[in-house]
Design a protein around this ligand. Sequence first.
Ligand code: TRP
Ligand code: ZN
Length: 879
Amino acid sequence: MTKNTQVIYLKDYQVPVFIIETTDLDIRIGDEYTSVVARLKVSRNPASDADTSELVLQGGSGIKLQEVMMNGLILDDSDYDLEDAALSIYQCPETFELTTQCLIQPQLNTTLEGLYKSGGMYCTQCEAQGFRNITYYLDRPDALSIFTTRISADKERYPILLANGNPVEQGELDNGEHFAVWHDPFPKPAYLFAMVAGDLVRQDDVFTTMSGRKVDLQIFVEAHNSHKCDHALASLKRSMLWDEKVYGREYDLDLFMIVAVDDFNMGAMENKGLNIFNSDCVLADPATSSDAMFERIEGIVAHEYFHNWSGNRVTCRDWFQLSLKEGFTVYRDSQYTADTYSAAVKRIDDVTVLRTHQFAEDAGPMAHPIRPASYIEINNFYSVTVYEKGAEVVGMIHTLLGDELFRKGSDLYFDRHDGQAVTTDDFIAAMSDASGVDLNQFTRWYSQAGTPTLTVTDVYDAACHEYRLTVEQSTPATPECQLKQPFHLPLRMALLDVNGVQMPLTLKNVGLLPNKDVVLNITKASETFVFEGVTHEPVPSLLRGFCAPVKLDYGYTQAQLLFLASKDTDGFCRWEACQRLLIDAVAQAMLKPVGYQLELELVTMLRSSLVDETLDPAMVAKLVQLPSEAYLAENQSTVDVDLIHAGREAMRVAIAQALESQLLDCYQRNHDTGPFSQTGNAIGKRALKNTCLSYLNSLDDFNYQAIAQVQYDLQANMTDVGAALQILTGHKNSDISAPLLADFYQRWQHDSQVVCQWFAMQAGANLPGRLTHVKALLEHDAFDIRNPNKVRSLVGSFIRSAINFHCADGSGYEFVADMILRLDPINPMIAANLAKPLGRFKPHTIHRQELMQAQLHRLSQAKLSSDVYEVVSKALAAS
Ligand code: TRP
Ligand code: ZN
């Protein structure tokens, strides 16, 4: 394999030897070269005791260094050393001014890290280590500096020039150029630097903070997207208000800007005062974006805004601390969505993502704790573990502390560390100091990877009215740690009586508990809790609200699950009981898919949800939906994707047959022909209706195809149009969907967001033999391998279609490996993301494992980026 495969360790952390107090950038955008002059006020860091006078600045291979000056004097070759990735200045005094002049070529930068061109605009992405591609710098998150940025460019093509902070000056230059100067008064690390130059239109709004300051809100987009900004602006204002109310945090600058960019590696970036968004994660209108996209956008806008405190005002000391800002901020945006919409539905969505994707990562070769101890390429650690499991860990702290103390803890954290670059230990210390709760053992969540299993057993002693609950925990070995020590975790639970009413709880040696819903502190490998005065045998409701990121193993009987599915007062547990029953039923169907018939009890359970008009329709949709193939796979020791697919499809048909009239009735009842509305209820009704329509179309019945066709033809909104088209695209007979897909493309070919949905629908259709079609789409005019959204919608969706990616002849693996090899020289971050699924061969049948490993071997023979190298080498090490 290849270069740059050095392992970086957390234990090697050292404070920077120098501090850059101020950073003055002068960026001149030219057609062939962009010139970057960086004037840095440098001084020795009093906190460093390093015995050296050498200043080492990082720099990418695309930079051409023109000149280095110290205190106004040009340095010659002997005063510094220039290597591929670093500029070392010898013999630095205590304080000095260092000026470098460099040339870069953003228009050739396809990695989308650093300064690059997306369409006709220049923009930046500096997290994690992109700034070093702009100029030589101390590119590490604990190097905080005050930035002033001057940008100049051709005025006609780049009328808008933006950077962090406040505008301080602008004006005209010769030969059609103009300039703007921006100053950010808040010290920040280079990863939060941003600038934009382009031809953009602006949507404005204002927000008055709780202390009465007026903040200008501006969204910049290309002119043809100006009608798609309202939702993001409304989401932003709601988020700002929420963070004031719930965390007591207000915005600090007078201006908050968002820019939409088409070519972007992730969802969005929290650059100080100038958030940059993947256009797909900010632009929305009901004709082109589904309800799910609206919800996703609101969550991302909130997430980036919340980073202003959890990430920017208090940032990370080093990249091993990434979850400090990401875990906390994901937790904050989840709380926001739960508060603003349906808490139970949001919880179900989050748990679904965690259990399907994070549990798989935690069981695979890239498993890592939320604070990794080492990495080769930090880009590979923007993971579901750091983000989603990180958020669960913060949520557990909230559960252990309770609302009031958690708020006290977050106040102490922000106040104590405002303006600093800190560690997850500092976060824990603030939470613990403010609350008095001992979190020492809890810190194991930061250093041990793997998903713990909680095995719960119980005994009811009818004679002495005692109920004994034994909780055992064990965590499988992961690459970085073989023997796990027990975790400290909260187990929220209740005991339900025969009517589903929560019993009062008296814990032996503790007494009567204030709540009928208790949080047990689990700290040992095995422990037993004894409840007294339990007059009847209870049904335990365990892991309420999914209070810990664990697998729960309790031997529920079918009767108990049916009871919980209709009676549990905890929304999550009620849904979970339904899911367990459905998982068991699919397992039955997998044994005998042909002519599979649903048990009567399950029919009754599903029917009672479908006909219950008192329930939130969004919740009903969740209750009746089958677990995904990916989650079903998560529940098998050996995964046979074809069997899972066949079993699940048989289940779908069986449900549709057994409940045909109720499904149709539910569809019609929830099919709203009135004016379009986006209330929670209207959104829930669309979700439920489309769930029903999908079931009905698993019956090969022309009438239901016709209903879907009518729904498509109505062109009411993208939720309904997209759902109808997706359903029809899932039919074996492509005669039905082909003309509609053509019509859809015809209508929306000028909207790249919709074209991506069009790619995703076709590549993700859960039908065998899709590869030929996907390969043909790669050649389509609208496909562009340099655009991550297009790659994700075509190749990413293909990978998610398990029967196709895991096709038994190995063609899916070979195709994905081909794509990785094509993409790696263009965009290593995106290439590495495609490689992760290939590395997860373990749970699959031997035959598939060998085919996957063969492709990994093939990849390992090529010259790879450090991104792909890390994923491939770790996967092969596990084989
Ligand atoms: N910090 C960003 C967020 O969580 C995401 C991010 C990290 C990112 N690295 C990136 C975005 C690279 C784009 C490209 O919101
Ligand atoms: Zn984030």
